[in-house]
Design a protein. Structure first.
Length: 94
């Protein structure tokens, strides 16, 4: 899993909060990139439900991944990402 940089997170979150995309598909693709580029499975909640700035959201991601050990935690992180992806797919089906 290649994690997004702080700047990349801020850019995507800013665009999501400002609805700064030419169409819904572009916005959905950017959100998927964000969700796949961070370990925290709740990233979209911070954008759409919390009153956090893009910088605060990026800082939360840094804190979340601070203790991330790729050798020890990569399988757990992959499973968490897979669970989050499946939850998003199930939510889309409802």
């Amino acid at each position: 899993m290649k994690l997004l940089t702080r700047e990349q997170i801020i850019d995507i979150v800013t665009k999501q909060k400002n609805c700064d995309y030419s169409n819904e598909k572009e916005a959905d693709n950017a959100l998927a990139e964000l969700e796949n580029g961070v370990i925290d499975p709740n990233i979209s909640d911070y954008i759409f439900w919390d009153e956090l700035t893009p910088e605060e959201i990026a800082d939360l991601q840094s804190a979340y991944t601070e203790h991330y050990d790729p050798d020890k935690d990569s399988k757990i992180a992959e499973k968490m990402a897979e669970i989050a992806r499946l939850e998003r797919e199930n939510a889309d089906l409802r």
